[in-house]
Design a protein around this ligand. Structure first.
Ligand SMILES: O=C(O)[C@H](O)COP(=O)(O)O
Length: 229
């Protein structure tokens, strides 16, 4: 049996301010840092060790992984970072307050943008400072890979190659793996691992900073999953 640990980053400044974040590179709050430290200690207490870490290229997930691994006494392990694990790119919603956006466009529309796997938030234009083409860390991405907006199924489409080529490969090489990522990139992964319908995934909420453990059989099919609290 394999164990895979997924963790959504600890609370970020824009989680606290209730703003659409997406690829905006905001930092953790003090609460977020504490959540990540606690997660590391819980993993250690339960005897978890790791051989390989994966994270997005966003500081809230990178720092969460760092705090978690420090707490779990595994700070030395190799880490692979990829834009493919980034949060869903929330387009022109990025930076807006979620409650104010709901007042302006209606609760139903905002809930659709947030949770309908096929709903596309309004796009940014290429001259918008939020367009990732302006950010050096994405300079190797092709035009097609640079998002103007993204729905959950597109997030899943860019997460999956990384899952198969890197994460699954590491697990097949008997490595104990931890993945630090985001509400929606993890939602996409969980939809795939748990084979959830689009209907089921709209109800799925993943809390910040709590390790989500998947027990997988030799073919990496899910046996069960649970949060370590
Ligand atoms: O990008 C964001 O705003 C959050 O990390 C996830 O937001 P959501 O719960 O509105 O999808």
């Amino acid at each position: 049996m394999e164990k895979l640990v997924l963790i959504r980053h600890g609370e970020s400044q824009w989680n606290l301010e209730n703003r659409f974040t997406g690829w905006t590179d905001v930092d953790l709050t003090d609460t977020g840092r504490q959540q990540a430290r606690n997660a590391g200690q819980i993993l250690k207490k339960n005897g978890y060790t790791f051989d390989q870490g994966f994270t997005s290229v966003l500081r809230r997930a990178i720092k969460t992984l760092d705090y978690v691994l420090d707490g779990a006494d595994c700070l030395w392990i190799p880490i692979q970072k990829s834009w493919r694990l980034n949060e869903r790119f929330y387009g022109a919603l990025q930076g807006l307050n979620k409650a104010e956006t709901a007042e302006k466009y209606g609760e139903e529309q905002v809930q659709k943008w947030r949770r309908d796997p096929h709903a596309l938030p309004p796009a940014v234009t290429r001259d918008d400072p939020r367009f990732p083409g302006h950010d050096i860390r994405y300079k190797h991405l092709t035009d097609r890979e640079l998002p103007l907006t993204e729905n959950l199924s597109e997030t899943m489409a860019r997460v999956m190659p990384f899952w198969t080529e890197r994460i699954v490969r590491a697990m097949r090489n008997q490595q104990k793996v931890i993945v630090s990522a985001h509400g929606n990139s993890l939602r996409a992964l969980v939809q795939y691992i748990d084979n959830l319908s689009d209907e089921e995934v709209t109800k799925l909420e993943i809390p910040t900073g709590v390790p989500l453990v998947y027990e997988l059989d030799d073919n990496l099919n899910r046996i069960r999953h649970y949060y370590l609290q």
